[in-house]
Design a protein around this ligand. Structure first.
Ligand code: SF4
Length: 240
């Protein structure tokens, strides 16, 4: 089907019609009920799988989240498992050379930079934090290669604290639906902290990651199969 035809394909017009005004209160419960029902039989995203496999060990979560940046889920899983088998804590990672780390995490995106950062982080954790991964956002944000997405994921998955992990999928879908209007993932996180009830802070990431991978794709989303009760389809020009 040509792009033009795709753009003209029938979609849930009522969804657009019923979409909330940008500033109106959003009914989150139907949104999350629909999303949870839709994802019932899908496997968790890779970092959640690693978290489960390594029993929510903070070091495993931190390492796998760093590996996951700009990397496909299946690559992240294999790379994280390979590295964590040899380097289950910061001391063991420091015993590896950068070249060895690179080989273990290849073909993760930016594997050379990640190997450098992982060595620096291991040293910081050992020297400044007595071998324990910190459990607060600000300290984690001071680590090389650690941004808000990674830091939030560590405190959520490893320390069971409230956080909102905004990656490219959460950012894109939150804007398309009209839940908010933001330019960066950081802005999206701050806005979600204001409008999203706390009980949804943790689940929003895994569920929207899966939704973004399967349905609300970056290019030409499957709007005709969308389960959300409403969506403004902001910025969407081509859809299926
Ligand atoms: S697939 Fe995405 S853009 Fe399309 S209606 Fe659903 S949420 Fe909106």
């Amino acid at each position: 089907m040509s792009a033009r035809k795709i753009a003209q394909a029938p979609v849930k017009k009522e969804a657009v019609k019923n979409a909330p005004a940008a500033q109106a209160a959003i009914e989150w419960e139907p949104v999350f009920n629909a999303l949870q029902k839709w994802r019932a039989n899908l496997p968790d995203p890779s970092v959640s799988t690693v978290a489960e496999q390594f029993k929510n060990d903070p070091w495993a979560i931190l390492v796998s989240t760093i590996i996951s940046l700009r990397t496909k889920d299946e690559v992240t899983l294999a790379a994280a498992r390979a590295l964590l088998e040899k380097a289950g804590d910061c001391k063991k990672l420091l015993a590896l050379t950068e070249r060895e780390i690179q080989k273990l995490i290849y073909p993760a995106g930016f594997y050379k930079t990640k190997a450098v950062n992982l060595k620096k982080i291991a040293l910081l954790v050992l020297d400044k934090h007595e071998g324990r991964v910190p459990d607060d956002l600000d300290t984690l944000l001071g680590f090389p290669g650690v941004g808000r997405k990674t830091a939030n994921l560590v405190i959520i998955e490893a320390y069971n604290k409230d956080g909102i992990c905004v990656d490219t999928h959460v950012h894109r879908i939150s804007n398309r639906t009209g839940w908010l209007c933001s330019k960066t993932p950081e802005e999206t996180e701050m806005r979600l902290r204001q409008i999203l009830p706390r009980k949804y802070w943790r689940p929003i990431n895994p569920v929207l990651v899966l939704y973004g991978q399967h349905l609300c794709r970056p290019v030409s989303p499957f709007c005709s199969r969308c389960v959300l009760p409403s969506c403004r389809r902001e910025g969407v020009t081509t859809f299926r």
